[in-house]
Design a protein around this ligand. Sequence first.
Ligand SMILES: Nc1nc2c(c(=O)[nH]1)N[C@H]1C(S)=C(S)[C@@H](COP(=O)(O)O)O[C@H]1N2
Ligand SMILES: [Mo]
Length: 534
Amino acid sequence: MPSNLTADLLPSKPAAALSGAVGVGVAIAVGEIASKALNADPSPLYAVGGAFIDRFAGSLKDIAIQLFGKNDKTALIVGTVIISLCIGALIGLGARRRQWLPLLAFSAFGVFGAWAQTVRADVGILDACLTAIYAVAIGLACTHLLLRLATPRPRTNLSGSTSQISPALPAQPDREERQDVSLPSRRHFLGTAGGLIVLAYAGVKVAGALAGEDVIAAVKNIRIPRPFRRRALPALQPFKVSGVAEYVTPTSEFYRIDTSLRTPNVDASTWRLKIRGLVDTPFEVTYAELLAMPSIEEVVTLSCVSNEVGGDLVGNAVWQGVPLSALLERAGVQAEAEQLFSRSVDGWTCGFPIEAAADGRVAMVAYAMNGARLPTAHGFPARLVVSGLYGYVSATKWLESIELTTWQGANGFWVPRGWSKEGPVKLSSRIDVPRSGSRVKEGMFALGGVAWSPSIGVASVEVSIDNGPWQAAELGNVASEHTWVQWRYVWSATAGRHTARVRATDQNGNAQVTANQAPAPNGATGLHQVSFSV
Ligand SMILES: Nc1nc2c(c(=O)[nH]1)N[C@H]1C(S)=C(S)[C@@H](COP(=O)(O)O)O[C@H]1N2
Ligand SMILES: [Mo]
């Protein structure tokens, strides 16, 4: 039974699968560690996840994709790891009979990771190759080590005769010799596999903590200067309806939307903002230089094009930064320039007509939000804030460059993915109180909410109960036309089921669009309605 012998000298199938999976797991971990050590962000794992978003974000035209909440992202990374481990298990199984297979398959993994790092994000080719080489070499070594530990060996010095197996000329041993095989130690194998998993996991954790500490240390010393021109907040609001969004959204509650799988940790000491393209004098500014320029402070409502009618992807914050006009003046914008196109350190892009940076509205490179340096999640060290434009065409976080170009010269990230090239914010209003489905007490009751049309301003808000006549709501105070306004409507609640609708008119006299339209391709329209009972 020569064929049995061959089988006996192979690792068992579960052991082989585990060897391959552990090797791939170690390779992924080494990729994480190496990219931290080399400061080559994103790591191969995250770059592959990011490449996936780039590729598929638009083909699924669902607006949920533009939202891409935090949980989806975790799921994407966990999914990528699980798929990789499964492929690793297959590699291990294949390696039982084809010893060359792991080398080939791991190399393919390495090339794919390095490709994603260099093409999807601009990690340097050298860093990407080094990361891939470390990851492949160490992962491969682990797989081979485990496979060896799992492989039964012929005992050599028993009879001093023919128990030696040559791969080229398989021996045809008899029954006795078949028993001259030392079975691998299962304990030794599992112990080694477990040890490697623990080491890999610990390595990733330690590298992450070390990298995080650097950034925290660097950021601790940042002092935000006093703005050259302040914007006063309304001293007092004429009313307060509990349950209505606060006038200034606390930073911790400010919505967050971006395609980045891991918030870029930008080192402010080496960061440069580049201004280039159709300008007379392209230039760069450092973080310190940016902070030293005369700055403005403005209250601006930012909103996401994906916000549904009644949705909460909108927030109002105090932003401090350098007016775009000052930077553009210094660069000297040429006559052919039509579009202000910006790029983030993680390769995301967007663009808007250059007029928006010059028509007097708030348009700035912001470095502080609600009185503190920009949080990482909202674009540290600097981002764009342009009043009246949806975030997807204007609000580049982790800003890296501003390029002046023609309108045809470039398309932002979302444009080829089914979203309009121009994205002015649509006049919108929302009911915060009562919540849909809630129950309120009989008698005098205040409905309330917010309405916004940044850069134009809201002139009036009206409420209709049970499809009755439109009634004017009271409006709160605002810092400027760039912010939302809180509204209140006091109503005498009668027992029963009711509906309330809200509509707004802007400072130009335009009424809110009542026809229902989904967020894609350029923002939702329709009136917000809630149903409640008394
Ligand atoms: N680098 C980068 N900047 C970005 C995005 C992104 O995906 N990447 N998304 C934009 C979108 S769609 C919106 S709505 C705003 C949201 O800003 P916030 O997360 O600070 O609320 O950021 C914009 N800036
Ligand atoms: Mo957005």
